[in-house]
Write a protein that binds this ligand. Structure first.
Ligand code: GLA
Length: 376
């Protein structure tokens, strides 16, 4: 008997997947109406589902015991807690937005490490959304599903995240990075195949415990919004790179000034990276990664020793560029390396971690993969 039949006593009607992501560059820019460049990972969350006709949703996970059950019509903000808040939030926002989803049994399975900064929350929200919509025959544009998933995370789960992770999970395509302009809500698929240039992208989970992540993220966002208000613009995206010094001179708080400097220079680094990739000059993107890391460390102050040691060691071991990726305070680094140096760079990071007494890191395959889809 399958796990689904064991949990729910019935057979599934279908299954849907949504992947995690790593962002190549463009960090803490999405909530400033900026630019991002994520790839989707092969690692994903799969939701296997069957329809119910009693208006109730039952959620189980291969990684947790028990079943959480609720009536869709009775869902109110914060009525479901813990990890089940994500599938409940997805159901809640779909109903709030007028989509006629009905009851369902949902089994969640994941090979995406949670807490590693690879967007397992966005993947769970997106996978549940596409499962609930698909199960009830409702067709919704992928970018709209991403927006709904973000609203669920903002309003139901209570995390003030931007739109990058959900868009990556919904809209990436295999072999490409997703160049996403948040202000324009436009996307472009940028071919990304490091192996063609004898390069490799290493993704290393530094296994650092997340510390005060939610409050720190919200504080970064608030500083940016405060700066935009002081400068009289709708979002920091409006500050042109050539106008940065002028804008900085008008801000009095030195912390806020540093946050602004990061956002404006990081948006410029994304533009430069995309131009280089389009010109077939991927190797030269390395220094932009390294510049991004320095900015996240010094101006946004969201790195931890594990991230800095991993990046510094990768660079010392010959990486062309390296940076933390994701929200910060733990998670993963990425490093662009010559393909034949991948193993020695990884070994150098492992050795440095052992010497520092850090938990051993682990690495993931960074194959640029497709966004959410139906599996069966
Ligand atoms: C988290 C958020 C994203 C984005 C990144 C930082 O992953 O979910 O919206 O802000 O941090 O770039």
């Amino acid at each position: 008997m399958s796990t689904f039949e064991e949990k729910f006593g019935t057979t599934p009607d279908g299954s849907w997947r949504a992947p995690g992501r790593v962002n190549l560059i463009g960090e803490h820019t999405d909530y400033n109406d900026g630019l991002v460049l994520p790839i989707a990972l092969p690692n994903r969350i799969v939701v296997t589902a069957s329809r119910r006709d009693d208006g109730r949703i039952a959620v189980a996970s291969t990684g947790h015991k028990g079943i959480t059950e609720f009536a869709i019509d009775e869902l109110t903000l914060a009525s479901v807690g813990d990890w089940a808040a994500y599938p409940a939030g997805a159901a809640w926002i779909l109903r709030e937005s007028g989509y006629a989803i009905g009851g369902a049994n949902l089994l969640i399975d994941s090979d995406l490490p949670s807490g590693a900064g690879l967007s397992s929350s966005a993947a769970l929200l997106c996978a549940t959304s596409v499962a609930l919509l698909g199960l009830h025959g409702i067709d919704v544009d992928p970018a709209e599903v991403a927006r709904l998933a973000q609203r669920a995370e903002n309003q139901y789960v209570g995390a003030p995240v931007g739109l990058m992770d959900q868009m990556a999970s919904m809209c990436c395509t295999a072999g490409h990075a997703l160049y996403f302009d948040i202000r324009a809500m436009s996307t472009d698929q940028i071919p990304f195949n490091p192996a063609a240039d004898d390069l490799a992208l290493l993704v290393v989970d530094v296994k650092a415990p997340h510390r005060h992540v939610d409050g720190e993220y919200a504080a970064r966002r608030k500083s940016c919004e405060q700066a935009a208000a002081e400068l009289g613009v709708p979002a920091l995206r409006s500050i042109a790179y050539d106008d940065l010094d002028n804008a900085l001179a008008r801000l009095h708080d030195h912390v806020v000034r540093r946050r602004v400097r990061h956002v404006v220079t990081e948006i410029r680094r994304v533009e430069d990276a995309v131009a280089l990739m389009r010109a077939g000059r991927l190797r030269e993107v390395g220094p932009l990664f390294t510049g991004s890391h320095a900015s996240l460390r010094d101006d946004v102050e969201i790195t931890v020793p594990e991230l800095d040691v991993a990046v510094d060691t990768a660079l010392e071991a010959g990486a062309l560029g390296a940076r933390m990726t994701g929200g910060g305070f733990g998670g993963c680094i990425i490093a662009l390396v010559a393909a034949d140096a991948a193993e020695s760079v990884l070994a150098a990071i492992e050795k440095a971690f052992a010497e520092h007494g850090f938990t051993a890191p682990s690495s993931l395959a960074a194959t640029p993969s497709a966004g959410a889809s139906r599996l069966s």
